[in-house]
Design a protein around this ligand. Structure first.
Ligand code: MSK
Length: 646
């Protein structure tokens, strides 16, 4: 197959709303109802005045939502259906599936999808390490040799091996974990023994990464089991295989290749676009390509080419989690999170959007068709009609990056300056809080953090993670929850689009301690850090797992005994469902701000919000009001403290 092609470019049209959808009277209210981000409001207003369709318009057009789908009691799994549970005498599908079975199978399907997406990302990262070790991808190197040696030791690889041999051996051992026959994931052993024993007792210890996903897909087939509890336990096992396997490999090996993030400053929001530069956004999740684009943009020939078309230079900006990876490691400015992706284009100032995969709207090419922006897809897994496809692998990534930059530069003269709106005032943020950099800031150990929690100055820790979802006002769920928690002396760690939301709101600056409780403000003030810490992309939720595991090991308790919790106030994606489930499976309860499609089964709701806590130590809450959610999380943390006698 060709590594380059144009896909159906002529069929792509600019999607327009009818001119009556906004009026001078309702436009400000509509904008204010959709987002709290100042810069997003400005560009969204322009977009609405121009009549260009966005995710919010499509969401409105879908209302009212189907009640059967919303509650999980519709089934499309076989050709005897589709079926719905409608009440009365229609309480089973054609095959006989009841509400419990439909809801649990649908949820297991979602969990397997999320685990597959993140774990497959991890596989590509470790394959890049293997090619690098074998000198098949000369543009890559070992960015963190210390981490390489640490992981090699953990995997039983001899310390005397030369670096490249060590990297090869580690990559092969990790790739083997996707379908391992030895039945144990190495990094799952990082948890305290008590937590590991709970996994064995509950039957959720993951045997390998791929196997649990395949078995999940087997179990959603009609006629493979009808016990909703047994079905959902497999969802937890597949999620744990992702969290302590595929995703963790993604994070750890990205650090080995590109360096473990250090604390640094960066800039966020739509104001990071520049009027006089060639603007290129890097969107998606995997850092393999974007790291090469950053490298290529430094070449003098690229700078010269940009000058030749009248631009002052090249301005790379991040979006979503590819952006988080670059922000954490390179300080590349971050234009926004999930619901900003169309607005980056509708600013009229974007020459090119380069995407890898996950969280990319299929209509981005339609949005781009309203302006001069070119969309480039780069993964054979993720082609989009209307985008230029330029296939990338670790061997050709640097060369392809140069070609993409040339195309973007050549597109700069096509910008219509009369349709351009770049808001003023990017927000600064302190980012790069890997477990290693937190530990280094504390003098080489997490013990001081544990001590401040034990002393009560910091009451506990909450990880706020996940996406944006047009069901929630853009960024509000994340920001209000974080503000309410820090007020109560709870330190917040964040990843994914949640972290971008709070960065845009100024909560990732040391000055944000003004909104924190006395104890938390004192601790963060003495260290010069914000009360809300940026820990990376959504794959990097494994950094939060590792932080919790290290604290639990230091304290000599199980993970579920810690005064910690998770929250996903604006989640939308299957990956977020899997992340929440690997936290709950690891003993960390999670607050969801959007109701999952499970309310059609009272038994499934009871299992996930109550009964699961017994065998696994964690459970779910659902609360759409972030202020009420903060109160519940605070009570939970205080209850855990009491149980520990602290
Ligand atoms: S990008 S999975 S919207 S965090 Fe990771 Fe953001 Fe959620 Fe995508």
């Amino acid at each position: 197959m060709s590594d380059e092609e144009e896909l159906e470019i002529i069929s792509i049209e600019c999607l327009k709303m009818s001119p009556e959808h906004v009026t001078p009277e309702n436009i400000d209210k509509k904008v204010n109802d959709r987002t709290i981000d100042r810069t997003a409001k400005e560009v969204l207003k322009k977009t609405m005045l121009e009549g260009v369709e966005t995710v919010w318009d499509r969401y409105d057009k879908q209302q009212p939502a189907c009640k059967y789908c919303s509650t999980g009691v519709s089934c499309q799994r076989c050709a005897m259906g589709p079926c719905r549970i409608m009440g009365g005498d229609r309480v089973r599908g054609v095959c006989g599936a009841d509400a419990d079975l439909m809801v649990s199978r649908n949820l297991l399907d979602t969990l397997a999808t999320g685990a597959a997406a993140h774990s497959d990302h991890g596989r590509e990262v470790v394959e890049t390490l293997l090619m690098t070790a074998r000198e098949e991808s000369p543009s890559y190197g070992i960015g963190d040799p210390v981490k390489l040696r640490k992981l090699a030791k953990e995997y039983g690889i001899h310390a005397s091996l030369p670096e490249k041999k060590m990297a090869e051996s580690l990559a092969l051992k990790m790739l083997d974990e996707y379908g391992t026959s030895c039945g144990v994931l190495q990094m799952a052993k990082r948890v305290p023994q008590g937590t590991y024993d709970m996994w064995i007792a509950a039957g959720v210890l993951p045997r390998s990464i791929d196997r649990e996903i395949v078995e999940a897909m087997h179990r959603v087939h009609m006629g493979v089991g009808a016990d909703y509890k047994n079905i959902l336990l497999q969802g937890i096992r597949a999620s744990l295989g992702d969290g302590w396997g595929g995703s963790m490999i993604g994070t750890e090996i990205s650090d080995v290749l590109f360096g473990t993030p250090d604390i640094r400053r960066g800039k966020v929001n739509l104001a990071v676009l520049k009027k006089d530069r060639v603007n290129i956004s890097l969107h998606g999740h995997n850092p393999i390509l974007s790291e090469m684009i950053v490298k290529a943009a430094e070449l003098p020939e690229m700078k010269e080419r940009a000058k030749a078309v009248g631009a002052a230079g090249i301005n790379l900006v991040g979006l979503c989690c590819t952006g988080n990876e670059l922000l954490m490691r390179k300080g590349i400015p971050q234009a926004g999170n999930h619901l900003d992706q169309e607005l980056v284009i509708t600013s009229g100032a974007l020459e090119m959007m380069v995407v890898d995969y996950q969280c990319i709207f299929p209509t981005l090419t339609n949005t781009a068709a309203c302006y001069h922006t070119k969309v480039v897809t780069t993964s054979p897994k993720a082609k989009i009609p209307g985008a230029k496809y330029m296939g990338v692998d670790p061997a050709n990534a640097f060369e392809q990056s140069k070609r993409m930059l040339e195309m973007a530069i050549d597109n700069y003269p096509n910008r219509n300056k009369n349709r351009m709106l770049i808001p003023e005032g990017p927000m600064e943020a302190m980012v790069g809080f890997s477990v290693e950099s937190i530990s280094a800031a504390l003098g080489g150990s997490l013990k001081p953090l544990l001590d401040t929690i034990l002393s009560g100055k910091i009451r506990g820790c909450v990880g706020i993670v996940g996406c944006n979802n047009p069901k929630v006002k853009h960024d509000q769920g994340h920001v209000v929850l974080a503000q309410e928690l820090i007020k109560r002396d709870i330190i917040v760690v964040e990843t994914g689009c949640a972290s971008i939301a709070c960065a845009k709101a100024g909560l990732m600056l040391p000055e944000a301690i003004e909104g924190a409780g006395k104890g938390l403000a004192e601790v963060c003030g003495s260290l010069g850090i914000p009360p809300v810490l940026h820990m990376g992309s959504c794959v990097d939720n494994t950094r939060i797992l590792n932080l919790a595991a290290e604290l639990a090991n230091l304290a000599g308790v199980r993970m579920d005994q810690l005064p910690v919790a998770g929250a996903a106030p604006e989640w939308y994606s299957p990956k977020a469902t899997t992340i929440a489930s690997y936290f709950v499976g690891s003993g960390i309860s999670v607050m969801l701000g959007v109701m999952p499609k499970i309310t059609g089964s009272e038994n499934v709701v009871q299992l996930l919000t109550e009964d699961i806590e017994g065998p696994l130590g964690g459970k779910f809450w659902v609360e759409t009001d972030p202020k009420r959610a903060a109160a519940i999380l605070f009570d939970h943390i205080e209850m855990k403290r009491k149980a520990l006698n602290i």
